[in-house]
Every structure is written in C-alpha cells, then in structure tokens.
Design a binder for this molecule. Structure first.
Ligand code: RB5
Length: 144
C-alpha cells in the first residue's frame, strides 16, 4: 500500500520511527513533512496528508502531533476523510473494522513509541468489516 505520513515538531521523532517500520512492512511511504524538530504548525501537514488521501493518491495516511487532537481536527474537515485519534490497540483496530478510518492520528506525547508501532501494525492490517458499518459511515454526509 501507499501510505502518506505527516507530523509537526511534536511528532517528528515518532514519524521517523514509523516511516522505517512502514517501509519494513513492505509499504511505500510518502513523507509530507515536517523535516526537523523545529517548531512548526500542524495544520500544514494535516492538510497535505488529507489532500493525498482525499485525491486517492495514497491508500491511507498517518498523522502525528503532540496530542493527535489538532491533526484529527484538521484532517476531518476534508470531504471523505475519516481520521481516527487512537491511543491503544483496541481503538486502532476498531477504527478500521467499524469506521473504515483512512487516517490514523497519534499523539506522540501521549503514546509511547513501542505502542505506537503496534497500533500502526494493527491499523494497517485490519480490514473494514462493511455490512452495517458501511451503512453507518454512508450516513455521515447525508443531508437531512
Ligand atoms: C504543539 O505544541 C502542539 O500543540 C501540537 O503538537 C498538537 O498537540 C496540537 O494538537
């Protein structure tokens, strides 16, 4: 799969670790920045990853900031984006199985690197269950 990844300074170190992991798992990584731990603004990178996912240029995305909150708020403003802020393995798995999340958000100041790696492995390998969950996610954008 092609995976876009982005972070601000708070998530930079974790992003670099996760890039290595994702490549080792056999996926292609598109790094949307940032490129150092110098202070920067998370919406720049949240937008860049969300736009690639929305356009179908990548299969899914991973966004990391200090808490993961800002990144999830930014990404979910884009049509068709289902960004899930996850903190442990259960929510990481369920965000794929039930919500068909297409962006995983992680807080690097909340979640340690070992757990973050396990979350990414679970998230990338869990399929959407479809069925009633497809009906539910298709209601997200229904008017009225
Ligand atoms: C940056 O200090 C911090 O606000 C950012 O990484 C993120 O946690 C925002 O939601």
């Amino acid at each position: 799969m092609k995976i876009a990844i982005g972070s601000d300074h708070g998530g930079f170190e974790l992003k670099e670790n996760l890039k290595r992991l994702i490549t080792e798992l056999g996926h292609e990584v598109k790094d949307c920045g940032c490129h150092s731990s110098e202070s920067t603004d998370y919406p720049i990178y949240g937008k860049a990853v969300a736009e690639l996912v929305m356009a179908g240029a990548v299969d899914s995305g991973i966004l990391i900031c200090g808490t993961g909150i800002g990144m999830s708020m930014v990404a979910n403003r884009f049509p068709g984006i289902r960004a899930a802020l996850c903190h442990e393995l259960y929510t990481a798995r369920m965000s794929r199985a039930h919500n068909d999340a297409n962006i995983l958000c992680i807080g690097a100041r909340v979640t340690g690197p070992g757990l973050a790696e396990e979350m990414v492995k679970v998230w990338l390998s869990t399929p959407f269950e479809g069925g009633r969950h497809l009906r539910r996610i298709s209601l997200f954008d229904r008017k009225g």
